[in-house]
Design a protein around this ligand. Structure first.
Ligand code: UTP
Length: 465
């Protein structure tokens, strides 16, 4: 695009200020800035800034919200048994129909770790990183079912280069490099909260940030991952976030529930501890499974109970899904399938006096898409409960915070592995840390066949692959 057409494009949307320093820029800087500008969907930004995008009336939606179709952690709620789900999921894994998609493009600001979150050491005894734990699990599952599980990893500008280098330097964590596909998600510009003008990060760069985990749909498509999955015969992807070391990725029972329910998208959830808990609520409203954020949920709807006195909206989102590849292909062709959400954030910017300002209060609006917004358009969307102790230990905040810290996640790993060992007949002394590599055992049942009877553990121990 030449300068004149850039200018007229910007003028149409009153965003000409982004070229204020054009004359001072080197040729390379000009090219970079022009490329960034060309990627911006100005029409969408203008609609969002003007507040003209379609808004959901959560109040009325929530007023009619019912419990979504689901299977509970004890197996109740489904027309099939847990054993049948396990067998169905195992058959799909054995047939090589399951892949994994990890979203690792977030900036991880709350944790305050200066590398991609996947490189964070979380193993309580081994010190293994989140990426290593996930790769171990995929290798173990692949080995158990005699297949190679393709591992799609979404990064962003903030995490891409370091993630790629980490996998290359560490021999793809034991996986075949052919089975690991790292790809970058798109960006969205941040706008000034008052004026709606695009913020500049420098004279030659817009203030850009990743377009949310909902950006996965477009990025998978744009980077050829959906095509790759189809070529490999993959029917569904086990979707997970980088911050959950206990995640049930490619877990056969979860896959089985997904397949037996005839669902195009299944979401794993935990039971909320109380009505107004700060999680996304999975609800059935207007005939569709949808997520109502806690901030959009009126108290009355949150506290509504069914005939048994149980919360209707008991299901809290944990960012774990199983999604059909065909459904993702369909969604990727429909650009409006996911709405943008707004978040007020502190975004450093270049001010009119050419100073880079680091604001102390939110000054900007960021726009993000969320993957769970696919649920309403999925056929037979389904919900599967997992106990937090068996599948959810988020690493969001730095140690010292009240919840979702690395310390608590490590404790959750130790507690789970202690339970498995004790169930297998071992005795583990109080205060001792234990950790099991998924390649040593994926389940308590496997563990029983691997350890000697009456094993006593009285010092920290890592059961390595
Ligand atoms: P979070 O919503 O926790 O955001 O992401 P975050 O950026 O990681 O952390 P904070 O809020 O800055 O502290 C949930 C999951 O979605 C991924 C993250 O990497 C994480 O696995 N994500 C989020 C993306 O891949 N891209 C995004 O644009 C946003």
């Amino acid at each position: 695009m030449n300068l004149e057409s850039l200018k007229s494009q910007l003028a149409k949307y009153s965003q000409e200020h982004v070229l204020d320093y054009w004359d001072e820029l080197s040729e390379e800087e000009r090219q970079n800035l022009a490329a960034q500008i060309e990627e911006v969907d100005f029409e969408t930004i203008a609609t969002l800034v003007a507040g003209k995008d379609e808004k959901i009336d959560f109040e009325s939606l929530a007023a009619n919200a019912e419990t979504p179709p689901s299977v509970r952690a004890d197996g109740s709620g489904a027309e099939w048994s847990v054993e049948e789900a396990l067998q169905r999921g195992e058959a799909a894994l054995r047939a090589g129909e399951v892949g994994a998609i990890l979203v690792a493009g977030g900036q991880g600001t709350r944790l305050g770790f200066d590398q991609p979150k996947g490189m964070f050491s979380i193993g309580p005894v081994s010190g293994r990183t989140l990426f290593q734990i996930f790769a171990d699990r995929l290798l173990a599952i692949g080995q158990k079912y005699g297949v190679a599980i393709p591992f799609y990893i979404m990064t962003s500008d903030a995490t891409d280069a370091e993630t790629r280098a980490y996998f290359e330097e560490n021999d793809y964590l034991g996986m075949s490099s052919d089975d690991v596909r790292i790809f970058r998600q798109g960006t969205m510009p941040a706008v000034d909260a008052k004026s709606g003008k695009l913020l500049m990060a420098s004279k030659s760069s817009l203030a850009l940030s990743p377009d949310g985990h909902g950006g996965t749909v477009r990025a998978l498509d744009r980077n050829g991952c959906l095509e790759d999955a189809k070529k490999r015969g993959i029917k569904c992807l086990s979707y997970f976030q980088v911050d959950n070391p206990l995640v049930n990725v490619c877990e056969p029972t979860l896959i089985g529930h997904h397949l037996l329910s005839g669902s195009e998208m299944t979401t794993q959830v935990i039971r909320k501890r109380f009505a107004m808990e700060k999680v996304g609520n999975i609800a059935l409203a207007e005939g569709k499974v949808q997520v109502i954020e806690y901030s959009d949920l009126p108290q009355k709807a949150a506290e509504a109970t069914d005939a048994d006195g149980q919360l209707k909206l008991w299901a809290g989102s944990i960012g774990v899904h199983v999604i059909d590849v065909d459904f993702l292909c369909r969604a990727s062709q429909n650009t409006s399938s996911l709405p943008f959400h707004r978040a007020q954030k502190k975004v450093p910017y270049l001010d009119a006096s050419e100073n880079l300002v680091t604001p102390s209060e939110p000054n900007a609006v960021k726009f993000e898409k969320f993957i769970f917004d696919l649920l309403p358009s999925a056929k037979n969307a389904f919900v599967v409960e997992v106990l937090p102790s068996e599948g959810f230990a988020p690493v969001k905040n730095a140690d010292g915070a009240e919840n979702d810290t690395p310390k608590l996640a490590r404790e959750a790993i130790v507690a789970q592995h202690r339970r498995w060992l004790e169930a297998a007949g071992a005795s583990v002394a109080d205060g001792v840390k234990v950790e099991i590599n998924p390649r040593f055992s994926l389940t308590p049942e496997e563990l029983r066949t691997k350890i000697p009877a009456n094993l006593t553990i009285d010092a920290d121990r890592y059961f390595d692959a």
